[in-house]
Design a protein around this ligand. Structure first.
Ligand SMILES: [Zn+2]
Ligand SMILES: [Zn+2]
Length: 257
């Protein structure tokens, strides 16, 4: 499997979970064929670590810029200003991760909507793809993308966990499903769903350090596990692994350029 080329479209490599072995972890990913890792930003606290990884692994680790919905708090205006300032001074792979999260905290629902819309608008202004985080909010996220973008927003619904109808809506919007470790969990509906949708609009992600695939469920996740997810996917939908690697990598290429 080592000669196949993979891309991790979503990993928080700057997380303190990797403090002890960050560089070895990235080298393990590269050795496993995961040559490119795309890092979503969370908020102002994650930027320095993210840019440091970009510097340490040029051509391998790519930063995005955005404000995560779970970081939309009372200081949202300050946080968005920081995102805006960064967008003005340099290039990023995407605007992300942005979206709505109604699982953890409903205090700032209105501000989450507002921050999401504004950042979607910035993605069109800068012609960047978006990486969308939705938790207990997929329906709303799809609707906001439709209303705000009018077909002009492109990118990934990361950690996709919706229905076949929602998957088809996303595909009809010209966007992609981010698929990761959850696919390998026992009760996941994703293997069945992906048999129907096929891989034309699928990219792989780990969401490291979270959501490790089987047999590492519950442990720390890392990008070198992408081939495990790819192998599981290939067996689940009956497509050979070379093709899974080729199609998902090509899709990621298409999105991030
Ligand atoms: Zn997320
Ligand atoms: Zn994430």
């Amino acid at each position: 499997m080592a000669n196949l080329q993979w891309i991790d479209t979503h990993c928080h490599l700057y997380s303190e979970e990797f403090q002890a072995d960050r560089h070895e972890m990235v080298r393990r990913a590269i050795a496993s064929g995961v040559g490119k890792c795309y890092m979503p930003n969370v908020d102002s606290a994650s930027i320095d670590g993210m840019l440091e990884l970009e510097k340490d692994f040029p051509g391998h680790c790519f930063p995005m810029m955005g404000l995560h919905p779970c970081s939309v708090k009372d200081d949202v205006e300050v946080q968005l200003e920081i995102v805006r300032d960064w967008l003005a001074v340099r290039k990023f792979a995407a605007i992300g991760e942005i979206g709505l999260d109604f699982y953890w905290d409903l205090t700032h629902t209105d501000q989450q909507h507002d921050a999401f819309r504004r950042q979607l608008n910035w993605s069109m202004e800068y012609q960047y793809p978006v990486v969308i985080h939705s938790r207990e909010s997929l329906r709303q996220c799809i609707d906001v993308v439709k209303e705000t973008g009018n077909g002009r927003i492109r990118g990934i619904f990361h950690c996709f966990g919706g229905t076949l109808e929602e998957a088809n809506e996303i595909i009809d919007l010209g966007m992609y499903l981010g698929i990761g470790g959850i696919l390998t969990f026992k009760k996941s509906h994703l293997p069945e769903l992906l048999k129907t949708t096929g891989l034309d609009r699928v990219v792989l992600e780990t969401d490291s350090p979270y959501l490790a695939p089987m047999p590492y469920r519950g442990k720390r996740n890392e990008p070198s596990y992408i081939p495990i997810i790819g192998k599981f996917l290939s067996e689940a939908i009956g497509i050979n692994i070379e093709e899974v690697a080729a199609i998902t990598s090509q899709n990621a290429w298409h999105i991030f350029g």
